[in-house]
Design a protein around this ligand. Sequence first.
Ligand SMILES: *Cc1c(COP(=O)(O)O)cnc(C)c1O
Ligand code: SF4
Length: 342
Amino acid sequence: MRDIPDSIRLTENEKAWFAASQETLTFKSNPYYMDLARQSEAVRHQLIPTVSELDYREYESRDPLSEELFSPLPRMVHRYRNRVALLLTDNCSIHCRHCFRRSFTGTGNNNLSLEDCDRVIGYLNEHPEVKEVLLTGGDPLTLPLSHLAAILDRFRNRAENTKLILRMATRIPAVLPAGITGELLHVLRKSSPLWMVIQFNHPDELTAESREALQKIREAGIPAVNQTVLLKGINDDPQVLGELFQELLAEGVKPYYLFQGDLARGTSHFRVSLERGWQIMDELRQIVSGLAMPTYAVDLPGGGGKIPLSRSLLIRESETGYIFRNREDSNREFEYPRESDS
Ligand SMILES: *Cc1c(COP(=O)(O)O)cnc(C)c1O
Ligand code: SF4
């Protein structure tokens, strides 16, 4: 509890998490986001752990997307034919309590070395079907700028595909907007074609500082989209999401995905029912423009991959959940569980 400033009085549920010594995602914050947590309950719930995180469900997993099955090189996930994800670091500026990579985040695995990066580029050169690399983590923008610049430079100069799309997934604009510096943007812009994928989950995260960061990204000419995680008690409300998406659009950021919670261990208290998710999407369509609408999506458990949560992929409901097919293999079924309230 020594990391929590005196001005934040912990609730009993928060104290109980700090008192327990279980193996779970550690608490991590920075002064900017802590200050925001003091002013906003929606931010506080994303930052300060509660004892609910120690409540594991049997269908939850340390590897909810079964990424280990699709990992031909350390830290690289090749799940979809034409794009790969690369975990540049396990480090983040803050630890989001809903993090689905929580068994990797903040574990001291450290940063991708340039040798590992060269191995990845070698793999890409042997797999010309890969057109895009998602640079993710952790948060890649926590890398020392010189190291990040060296990695991006290698992708631009050693990958045979000169049009390789780089997709930088980061939460820095929302959780540490001062981290969006001119030098960083210069490095990112040099690495074009590069898209930023950011994560804002609530309008309270759109402060004067974060809007300034988004403005800088826009003015640097770097295209950006947003992914929001649907979070119970935080943003499971069409008015809240509608405001968030409209405001993001005004900042030049297209809402891309609204993610149904992945089945990561200790996150059941954040998960919203699919019924409610669908209802929210229907209502959202009435209050925002089509341009502001993200795709509601989920990563199916058991390695089923990402699917849009459209009712056309829902085969039936079972006693314990919803049975989906993915688009790759219509003979296989994947169950997304229905959350029980206890
Ligand atoms: C989400 C994800 C992608 C990207 O999927 P899009 O639908 O293109 O956004 C790629 N690889 C992995 C492993 C992913 O989890
Ligand atoms: S920034 Fe991303 S990887 Fe890091 S804790 Fe938050 S959700 Fe997890």
